[in-house]
Design a protein around this ligand. Structure first.
Ligand code: GLV
Ligand code: MN
Ligand code: MN
Length: 469
């Protein structure tokens, strides 16, 4: 960081010194030069020497990522950190502590979205926000989401150490439950921030697989003290002038092409479904094959149909996954009487994804006829549209990568992120960094210190620029 930053600043200084020397003799002390430089560079130029103190602590970030990965219900290198569990609460405490050390004022809302704020010189203006999540799906890795939270705190610390003074306030957001693991709802915190009335209502009655209600779980973690309070989470219009999320790519493109930074232009449209079949069950030896209506085979047939319908779209951009398939009673010598399957399907083309959902529904109904089972549930949990990044935010990120002499590429995010929902209430942009072989949602997930440093630098520059606009 110090190198590039110095280089840029030295060039800027030479540039402005040479221009201004034609106009002023005592330019060293002319405040208008300072303010012109501020406009050009996007940074608060106090005095040239203050930039020498700019430092980026890459090793500290890595240490924090390693420490945070210790708050896990799975043995290392796997990470399992599920919403409102003891490990999640400890991890949250760890992040709040880091926010405090960075000098941010910390606030939490009713579902546990955490905000760390650095007041700008004009705190009444809409703030510039950044952030991501720290929950981790079962047996996953330590970088997904975490880089965008700890990296954001570090980006702000970098700016503070440089002597930069934001005009708009800067905020780091830790979003509650980006992952759908516990209650089946993805991007729970950001979906609610974006004002989803449906979600605010359903959270009052929803339970997890152990029959623990959302509200009880939230209260056990210290949140949701007032049941009717969940709409208090909704963001007021114009709270943020921009939102930027730093994240690992979770795909192989940047690494394959040797590019440092991905600038996200759009996020693909995700959907998820819950389907349940019921049959008569019975004894695995005594009930003969013609007399069965096996709910497990109904679910298996539907799982294969998901793959078929996705492939029928003819586009590599259409994907579908059955990640959950549960049978009841789950005994080797009992014909499944109930089955439960959860389906994730996505596309950059919303219409095409909706056609896949329609076909899955038709097939589920056909299976009830051919197998004599009941379709006791066909529930579309979420069916979200895609989101587009904001042009001005994209431009700011591109300028930042250029100033830092980093290679970059415009790309689509096939994974979903809290940014998908923040885009509903704020201009949005995302910064991707390469990750090893594109691995994610598994323990082999890895991002190098160098790539994370690049991401944090681009984030810091972008925040700085947007905070002055
Ligand atoms: C996010 O975790 C996703 O599944 O895209
Ligand atoms: Mn994830
Ligand atoms: Mn993520």
């Amino acid at each position: 960081m110090v190198h590039h930053y110095h280089y840029v600043i030295v060039l800027l200084l030479l540039f402005f010194t040479s221009i201004s020397s034609h106009q002023h003799h005592d330019h060293d002390h002319d405040p208008s030069i300072i303010s012109t430089m501020e406009q050009f560079s996007g940074y608060s130029i106090l005095e040239p020497t203050s930039f020498s103190s700019l430092s980026y602590d890459a090793q500290a970030l890595q240490n924090q990522i390693d420490e945070l990965s210790g708050f896990s219900d799975a043995p290392a290198p796997s990470v399992t950190r599920v919403l409102y569990t003891d490990k999640d609460v400890l991890a949250r405490r760890y992040v709040k502590n880091l926010m405090g050390i960075a000098g941010l004022s910390v606030r939490e809302d009713a579902v546990g979205n955490i905000f760390g704020r650095w007041d700008g010189s004009e705190p009444g203006l809409a703030a510039v926000a950044t952030g991501s999540h720290i929950d981790a799906i079962p047996y996953s890795g330590k970088y997904d989401g975490v880089v965008g939270v700890l990296g954001a705190v570090e980006a702000i610390s970098v700016l503070k150490r440089s002597g930069f003074k934001p005009k708009r306030s800067l905020e780091v957001i830790l979003f509650t439950s980006e992952e759908p693991t516990r209650f089946g709802i993805s991007c729970l915190g950001s979906r609610l921030l974006a004002g989803s009335e449906n979600l605010a209502n359903s959270l009052k009655t929803i339970t997890d697989s152990q029959n623990v209600s959302f509200l009880d779980a939230a209260r056990s973690a210290g949140y949701a003290r007032d049941e009717d309070d969940l709409s208090s989470v909704f963001l007021k219009k114009g709270t943020y002038s921009a939102f930027i999320e730093l994240h690992i790519e979770q795909g192989p493109i940047l690494e394959d092409e040797g590019i440092s930074i991905g600038i996200v232009t759009a996020i693909a449209a995700p959907a998820s479904l819950r389907v349940e079949f019921e049959g008569n069950g019975g004894h695995a030896g005594a009930v003969l094959m013609p007399n069965r209506n096996d709910a497990g085979l109904a679910a298996s047939e539907l799982a294969l149909a998901v793959e078929k319908h996705v492939l029928e779209s003819g586009s590599v951009d259409t994907v579908g996954t059955v990640g959950i398939l549960q049978l009841h009673p789950g005994a080797i010598n009992s014909i499944p009487s109930k089955s439960h399957i959860e389906i994730d399907t996505r596309d950059i083309d919303e219409e095409r994804r909706n056609q896949v959902i329609e076909k899955i529904h038709e097939t589920a109904i056909r299976i009830t006829k051919t197998r004599g089972v009941k379709l006791t549930e066909f529930h579309i949990i979420n069916q979200d549209p895609p989101a587009l990044s904001d042009e001005a935010v994209v431009n700011a990120m591109e300028t930042a990568t250029k100033e830092l002499n980093l290679t970059s590429k415009l790309m689509i995010s096939r994974a979903y992120h809290d940014s998908l929902f923040m885009a509903r209430v704020s201009p949005m942009g995302m910064i991707f960094i390469p990750c090893y072989k594109g691995y994610s949602h598994k323990p082999e997930e890895f991002a190098s210190i160098k790539d994370m440093s690049n991401g944090v630098k681009v984030l810091a520059f972008t925040l700085a620029k947007l905070s002055l606009q």
